[in-house]
Design a protein around this ligand. Structure first.
Ligand SMILES: C[S@@+](CC[C@H](N)C(=O)[O-])C[C@H]1O[C@@H](n2cnc3c(N)ncnc32)[C@H](O)[C@@H]1O
Length: 288
């Protein structure tokens, strides 16, 4: 791993501005690090959904002041693994994305196949494949987008470490690894980095040619950085829950310290007690 770059550009310690519930959250530090390593001219993501991965890429592009042009492609209607979802998902992402990243990034609402025509052959430097996760779909996405990749291109696959239901990215990953330099992170459902271009950058080769010990260290480091993001996300959720509880308690206190309310409460409870006492007395009289 390029430790010099790692120390000089600590973008991977930046907290993501967009924190959605996603299995991708744990990989956001690595996404940012990868952008700083690769400095892609053109970045494309297949499968953007709520934008966890895509906005991490975009945030790094912006913070590193790169000239990258980026595209996030999705139908924003879902598929069998995510389930069908609401139109709001796209609108909420647009509302976050547009003001921050609209100058260099575009969300394309289309199928992956339909979007292919917009990209020239040999143009994409960083392709993230995160659509439907069956073997057939992942393979189709890889093969159809392969001609679009540049000489230095890197492809990122999510879910390389999921071996349940009909998830088949791990099968495709096992087939591709012998053909290209690669590196896999096993946490967060697995993230595979494949140096597909004919002339991979030296920094990428440094990542893919680590010794077993170095690779273990890199995996553990990014796993911990990923946990840090999730813990931060949890902290924000707890803080907003606490703020909501505090304002309910404050409201309760304010209402209760208002004297007419306490007097009204006294007469109401006393009235109810009186009715109950009377009913019990009548009951015992009729029993005798
Ligand atoms: C697993 S989600 C993406 C997760 C996202 N990268 C994140 O960071 O949370 C997969 C997305 O791919 C989209 N998708 C799957 N197959 C597609 C296709 N052929 N064309 C367009 N979108 C597709 C779905 O609509 C869904 O939103």
């Amino acid at each position: 791993m390029n430790l010099q770059l790692f120390a000089r550009q600590p973008i991977h310690t930046t907290m993501p501005l967009l924190l959605e519930h996603s299995t991708w959250t744990q990989h956001t530090p690595f996404a940012m690090y990868l952008v700083s390593l690769l400095r892609p001219s053109l970045l494309v993501e297949l499968g953007t959904y709520r934008g966890t991965s895509y906005c991490a890429f975009c945030q790094a592009i912006k913070e590193l002041n790169l000239d990258t042009v980026a595209f996030g492609i999705d139908t924003w209607i879902g598929e069998v693994h995510t389930g069908e979802y609401d139109h709001n998902v796209y609108e909420q992402l647009q509302a976050h994305h547009e003001p921050l990243y609209g100058a260099f990034s575009t969300l394309i609402r289309s199928t992956f196949d339909m979007a292919l025509q917009h990209f020239a052959d040999g143009s994409i430097d960083l392709l993230h494949i995160d659509g439907l996760h069956t073997y057939e779909a992942a393979r189709h996405d890889f093969e159809t987008w392969l001609p679009k990749l540049s000489d230095t291109a890197v492809v990122v696959f999510h879910d390389t470490n999921v071996r349940e239901r009909d998830f088949g990215v791990h099968r495709l990953w096992d087939e591709l690894c012998p053909k290209y330099p690669h590196f896999e992170m096993t946490h967060g459902h697995g993230l595979g980095i494949l140096a597909v271009g004919r002339k991979p950058q030296a920094e990428i080769l440094e990542l893919t040619s680590q010794t077993e010990e170095e690779a273990r260290y890199t995996r553990s480091l990014f796993h911990q950085l990923g946990w840090r993001v999730e813990i931060y996300q949890e902290l924000l959720a707890l803080r907003s829950e606490r703020a909501a509880l505090q304002s309910t308690a404050e409201l309760h206190h304010r209402v209760w310290s208002y004297r007419p309310i306490r007097i009204l409460y006294y007469y109401l409870t006393e009235g109810v007690r009186g009715i109950a006492r009377r009913a019990m007395r009548q009951q015992s009289e009729s029993d005798q």
